[in-house]
Design a protein around this ligand. Structure first.
Ligand code: BJW
Length: 246
C-alpha cells in the first residue's frame, strides 16, 4: 500500500480508476454476480439482451423500471465520494465506469466514461434518425409500456449496453486513452465482462502500476501489481486518509 500511496503523491501522476457494481454495493444497489446479485434471480440472457427486449419488451422494461426505482432510493457511498474528491485533486484523473446507476455523477465526478450507458437514459429501439442516440427519459410519456419514441412512435428501450451489443466506439476510444496512465485502480468489478476487463491488461502493458480493490479474487488478481482485499467503501477512504497524512 505504501508503494501505491508514494506513487499517488508524485506530481502530475496520471490516475485512472475502473469501477464495477461492487462500488455501489454499500449504497444498496445489487451487484450482478454476487451472493445477492441480480443474476441469482434472473437469467441475463432473459433480460439483458436485445433478443430479450425484442421477445418481451414489457418484461424487460419493467425489470429496468424496478431497478430504477431501487436505485432512486440509493445515495452515493464513501467510495463514490473518494473517487469524486480524487477527480478534483489529481489534474490527470480519469474514471471509467461499467455502472449504469449514475451514482458517480451524483457524488460529483464529472466526465465519467460510462462504458455501459445509463439506466436513466433511453434510446429508440428502431434507431430512428430523428431521435438522439440516447436521451434522459423525463420527457417520455409512461402511459404505455414500453413507452413510445416521441419521434417515430416506435418503442423505446433502456439506454444501457446489453450483452452482444457493441459499445459506443467514441467511449471505447476514451477508455483506451485513459488506460495509458501511471496508476490504474480497478475497484469492485468481477473483471469478466469485455471489453471493460481488457483495460486492466492494457494499462499494465502500457506501463501503469495496476491495483485491484475487491473483497474477492477475480481473473485480474493475478495480473495486477497490487491486490487489496477489502470493500471499496473502506479501502478507498483508508487510502485517501494515508494520502492526506503524508
Ligand atoms: C465489491 C464489493 C464492495 C462486491 N467493494 N467490491 C472477449 C472475451 C470473451 C467474451 C467477450 C469478449 N468480448 C466481448 C465478449 C462478449 C461479452 C462478454 O464480455 N461476455 C463475458 C461475460 C464472457 N461482452 C459483450 O457482449 C460486450 N459487447 C461487446 O464486446 O461488443 C462487441 C462484441 C459483440 C458480440 C461478440 C463479441 C464482441 C457488452 C457487454 C455489456 C455488459 N452489460 C451489462 C448490463 C448493463 C445493463 C444493466 O445494468 O442491465 O453490464 S452485464 C453486467 O456486467 C453490467 C456490468 O456493468 C457488467 C460487469 O459487471 P461488474 O460491474 O463487474 O459486476 P459483478 O456483479 O460481476 O461483480 C461485482 C464485483 O464487486 C465482485 O467481484 C464482488 O466481489 C465485488 N464487490 N461488494 C468492492 N463492497
Amino acid at each position: 500500500m505504501k508503494d501505491l500511496v508514494d506513487r499517488l503523491k508524485q506530481q502530475d501522476v496520471r490516475v485512472t480508476v475502473l469501477t464495477g457494481a461492487g462500488v455501489s454495493a454499500a449504497s444498496g444497489v445489487p451487484t450482478f454476480r454476487g451472493a445477492d446479485g441480480l443474476w441469482r434471480n434472473f437469467r441475463p440472457e432473459a433480460l439483458a439482451t436485445a433478443e430479450a427486449f425484442g421477445r418481451d419488451p414489457k418484461l424487460v422494461w419493467e425489470w429496468y423500471a424496478w431497478r430504477r426505482f431501487r436505485i432512486a432510493a440509493c445515495e452515493p457511498n464513501a467510495a463514490h465520494h473518494v473517487i469524486a474528491e480524487w477527480s478534483r485533486r489529481f489534474p490527470n484523473f480519469k474514471l471509467i465506469s461499467q455502472n449504469v446507476d449514475g451514482l458517480h455523477e451524483r457524488a460529483g465526478t464529472a466526465n465519467t466514461i460510462n462504458l455501459h450507458g445509463s439506466i436513466w437514459e433511453v434510446s429508440c429501439w428502431q434507431g430512428c434518425v430523428k431521435a438522439p442516440k440516447r436521451w434522459r427519459d423525463e420527457t417520455v410519456s409512461f402511459s404505455e409500456i414500453p413507452p413510445r419514441c416521441p419521434h417515430c412512435k416506435g418503442p423505446i428501450r433502456p439506454g444501457v449496453v446489453w450483452f452482444g451489443e457493441t459499445l459506443d466506439p467514441g467511449v471505447v476510444r476514451q477508455a483506451s486513452a485513459a488506460a495509458d496512465c501511471d496508476v490504474f485502480i480497478t475497484v469492485g468489478t468481477s473483471a469478466i465482462v469485455y471489453p471493460a476487463a481488457g483495460f486492466i491488461t492494457a494499462a499494465k502493458q502500457k506501463g501503469a502500476f495496476t491495483v485491484e480493490i475487491n473483497p474477492e479474487a477475480t481473473p485480474a488478481s493475478n495480473t495486477v501489481d497490487l491486490v487489496v482485499r477489502g470493500a471499496a467503501e473502506t479501502v478507498l477512504p483508508d487510502m485517501a486518509a494515508r494520502l492526506a497524512a503524508l
